[in-house]
Design a protein around this ligand. Sequence first.
Ligand SMILES: Cc1cc2nc3c(=O)[nH]c(=O)nc-3n(C[C@H](O)[C@H](O)[C@H](O)COP(=O)(O)O)c2cc1C
Length: 367
Amino acid sequence: MSRSVESLFRPFTFNGLTLPNRIVMAPMTRSKSPGAVPGPEVAAYYRRRAENETGLIITEGTTVNTPVSTGDPNVPQFWGDEALAGWKRVVEEVHGAGGKIMPQIWHVGMMRNPSKATNTHLPSHGPSGLTKPGSKHAEPMTTQEIKDTIQAFGQAAYDAREIGFDGIELHGAHGYLIDQFFWEGTNEREDEYGGDMVGRTRFAVEIIEEVRRRVGDDYPLILRFSQWKQQDYTAKLAQTPELLGAFLKPLSEAGVDMFHCSQRRFWEPEFDGSDLNLAGWTKKLTGKPTITVGSVSLSGEFIGSFMGESSEATGIDDLLERLDKDEFDLVAVGRALLVDPAWARKIHEERYPELLPFSPEALATLS
Ligand SMILES: Cc1cc2nc3c(=O)[nH]c(=O)nc-3n(C[C@H](O)[C@H](O)[C@H](O)COP(=O)(O)O)c2cc1C
């Protein structure tokens, strides 16, 4: 007997937005937007998830308007008439199917490879020009470049509201620009954007404040963050609950409504002496709602998928047990929803034998 899925299908409201259930499509870069414009196939891809009971869709990362925010011309941008018209079509398709959707607003920072990106003549941006500890590839961002980038995030949030998105998520995870400011391994600045852990949150705090200035208080704002970095899976921004609390406080106070706590495996406890995962601790420390993520209904984690590994479908009893205890509020699902638009519906109807495995070939198409 499997556990009841009832707790996953309770509605949830935050900052005026009511979701029909607790299932979130995790942001997943698909690189299927030639010229950085999301086309009708992208809109149809998201619509299929909305039609099948996905409570909230967070889009693939989409980049802000600076010359060096992206490393891939097929990643959709979030500026310019053509791309925003493409995004508006995505919103209309998802809303037409009764779904909710937010863009994930992104700047890749030093993870951009200038030789493969647009504006190849320009060096990448990062707090200290480091791609990872000890690996310097550019000059540190100037204060003016920092201010311009903060404004670009604010403009993206404004445009998201204008074209009808239900809120936004800021990508502050996985070693990209915002996370490069958070992490001592890539932020060696000695001005107000660096220094101790709280100083290193300042860039994100100013982005959040600018977003709030542009969209007001009554617009849902999610911040995604992670302890791990693609540059170092064992990295941790905060080694103890006390430090995690100190890290989250300025971000929470600046106006984040919900934290999206990225783990590669949701069941891993964040600190010794407690079963709570990162979303559990974040909820407890901030009092704000949280999203968990990481290998839901799959046997292997997602970095392995990029190395060609497949994952078997698994049950979700351990997830439901944590959700029943309200350890976190929402559950993001990545690869399982990438391979199967009907994942949420199958879970609702407890059609477990029909859950699909994940194989890396799925990355080739927008099915
Ligand atoms: C193809 C692919 C692309 C991804 N792109 C992004 C992204 O643009 N932004 C982001 O925050 N995470 C991204 N991720 C991470 C996912 O959001 C998610 O955290 C990860 O896949 C773990 O969830 P899963 O085990 O359910 O797949 C990506 C993952 C995959 C598989």
